[in-house]
Design a protein around this ligand. Sequence first.
Ligand code: ADP
Ligand code: MG
Length: 250
Amino acid sequence: MTKSSENTNTAVAQDPNEAPAGIPVLSLENVAYAYTKGGKKIFHDLTYRFESGKVYAITGPSGAGKTTLLSLLSGLANPTEGQVLKGGADLAKLDRYRFRSHDIGVIFQSFNLLPSLTVAENIILSIDASGKKFDEPKAEIARRMLERVRLRPEYANERILHLSGGEQQRVAIARALSYEPSIILADEPTGNLDLSTQDDIMDIFKSLAHDENKCVILVTHSPEVASQSDVVFQLAALRRRRPAQQGGQQ
Ligand SMILES: Nc1ncnc2c1ncn2[C@@H]1O[C@H](COP(=O)(O)OP(=O)(O)O)[C@@H](O)[C@H]1O
Ligand SMILES: [Mg+2]
């Protein structure tokens, strides 16, 4: 059966003066997906709610459909059956380009930065691509983003090629944050990093959820990353569920 567990060691502290955490920002309603028409379903009857203010870890072995699920959550693909809802509205019927460029920030294991550009240029490109308008100069936004991912301001003019893996992942997070999305999706974001760098990166994700009320959804193979998340969502077992056990769960 699908297992979804709340880790008690990372409970979110509630400040009554802040916007309440726990508002569902993305939900899956009886979602099924197959890559080809009539082909084998990667998963089916998947129902789940992702809330603001929490870090979610989607786990499961290779081939379980984790990356496929992220592409449905990010609006890159539409479910074969069921719906992905953004704040209650069917994502398939919304302007998905706007959703992708405004509401979500996506981070990849391989960083996907432009290697010959500087750190600041990578961040500014992403601000430009979003089409969002900000009063603040873009270079200043880039500087603030670096501060958020705990990189010194001098990094702004460094070329990506000159950075370590952990530093590149921080820049990739800074880039994803540059247009202030409310949802962060990351596919194996710590997969190429050593354990202590992995912890540093997890601290950033936890702070984004717990201090800034973002919804952070991570795909991970790492038990350490899962144990540091608020909710663990094990995808693999879904494919083996018996019909009697199907239905919504959380
Ligand atoms: N573009 C594609 N076309 C057809 N099948 C695919 C495609 N991408 C992934 N798959 C298949 O879908 C299943 C889930 O893949 P994926 O979502 O990448 O799993 P995970 O990220 O958990 O390793 C696998 O069996 C994979 O071979
Ligand atoms: Mg994958």
